[in-house]
Design a protein around this ligand. Structure first.
Ligand SMILES: *[C@@H]1O[C@H](CO)[C@@H](O)[C@H](O)[C@H]1NC(C)=O
Ligand SMILES: *[C@@H]1O[C@H](CO)[C@@H](O)[C@H](O)[C@H]1NC(C)=O
Ligand SMILES: *[C@@H]1O[C@H](CO)[C@@H](O)[C@H](O)[C@H]1NC(C)=O
Length: 361
């Protein structure tokens, strides 16, 4: 009897020791180790359940606040080398530790200089889900998140991520379609090298800055990492244009598995944390009423009274300025016919966005 309980105790100790060695790997996107339980399975992740400034969130265009003091984002043009890894929860690219040329991120809403550290890939098994952030409850097929840490206050990511103003998250919404980004191929061509958990593949000379969409328009708010421990130390920046990957690349991504080759378990996709309540946080934007709104009416403050932000699906922008006053609608551009759309593929995206938003109302 005594012997028996001793045996059980030993067994318990051993298994607890085994688990504690790999806490970081013991979470998932579904079931009893899924997002609803992250805060319970590890005391250090309690913010996942208790936090009120969590990420991701749904962006409500109506509630965006235009902030004229938001600057352009500075993103170093240096190429980086690193390793693409299937962690079993996500696909992650981590920059080489001893790389000479680190990529600095500054400007925008940032008070400090941040150093790029890693990229997280979130994507759906179907095109109708995948992104973590949502725009007016619209989900994109994927979201690529570039994380950096505050280089002025902290030494590295692991120190910074749970400290004040520790990290920046730059969010790129992913659409399936054209135009493809040639530089992105450096990563996408390695997808089939990291099919199983633990697999990794080196990527050299990645021009990070050319992955970013061609816009300085963004949305920004203060939140958390979207993976455990959900530390509320992140400034989020969401660019106002998606980036594009091809159907083939998306297919390759969807072949990745959560498990090893012997026990592949489920596919890695659908690795998105559900949106979290805003709890009265402000989402600011540098999308300017004045510049983007209406040509020819710039000097009349009254004009802005009836203007607001709207989501513009099927346009190149995520968010655009729109007017609810019928007299203002007249000044916007007529919708293009099919012929025009096909022949003028490089038409002004600003005008296009404005006009699509008005159409929608
Ligand atoms: C990043 O900023 C630091 C400090 O200003 C600077 O020493 C370093 O050269 C910058 N990195 C690059 C790649 O420009
Ligand atoms: C991060 O920096 C802290 C403080 O300097 C240090 O104690 C820790 O070992 C570093 N962690 C890594 C992973 O380099
Ligand atoms: C425009 O392009 C679409 C899709 O490629 C095609 O279905 C349509 O027939 C084209 N219209 C004209 C007028 O060329």
């Amino acid at each position: 009897m005594h012997q028996c309980s001793l045996f059980i105790l030993t067994l318990l100790c051993v298994s607890v020791k085994d688990i504690s060695g790999s806490w970081e790997e013991w979470w998932t996107y579904d079931g009893i180790s899924g997002p609803g339980f992250w805060g319970l399975i590890n005391p250090q992740w309690s913010m996942c359940n208790k936090g009120r400034r969590q990420s991701p969130v749904n962006i409500e265009p109506d509630k965006l606040l235009f902030d004229p003091w938001l600057r352009d984002i500075q993103f170093d043009k240096h190429k980086v080398s690193g390793v693409l890894q299937n962690t079993g929860q996500s696909l992650v690219f981590r920059v080489e530790k001893d790389s000479k040329h680190q990529v600095n991120i500054s400007g925008g809403p940032l008070s400090y200089r941040y150093q790029f550290e890693e990229i997280y890939f979130h994507y759906g098994m179907e095109d109708n889900r995948g992104s973590e952030h949502q725009i007016d409850h619209h989900t994109f097929p994927g979201e690529i998140q570039l994380y950096g840490f505050n280089k002025e206050l902290y030494h590295n990511m692991s120190e910074a991520q749970h400290k004040s103003q520790g990290i920046v998250g730059i969010s790129l919404m992913v659409q399936v379609g054209e135009p493809f980004n040639a530089d992105f191929r450096l990563i996408t061509s390695a997808f089939n090298k990291v099919t199983y958990r633990g697999a990794s593949f080196p990527i050299k000379h990645l021009p990070l800055s050319s992955l970013l969409p061609n816009t300085q328009q963004y949305l920004t708010y203060e939140g958390s990492t979207t993976h455990p421990g959900c530390w509320e130390t992140a400034v989020w920046i969401i660019f106002n244009k998606p980036i594009y990957i091809s159907k083939q690349e998306m297919y390759a991504l969807r072949q990745l598995m959560q498990g090893s080759q012997l026990t592949p378990k489920a596919p890695l996709g659908n690795n998105a944390r559900p949106v979290q309540p805003l709890h009265h946080r402000t989402v600011r934007t540098n999308i300017n009423f004045n510049k983007q709104g209406l040509q020819g009416s710039n000097n009349c403050p009254d004009m802005y009274r009836n203007m607001h932000y709207t989501a513009v699906e099927s346009s190149d922008d995520l968010i655009s300025v729109s007017a609810s006053d019928p007299t203002l609608k007249m000044t916007s551009i007529e919708p293009p016919t099919n012929e025009e759309t096909n022949s003028t593929t490089t038409s002004n995206p600003v005008a296009q966005g404005t006009q699509l938003a008005v159409q929608k109302r």
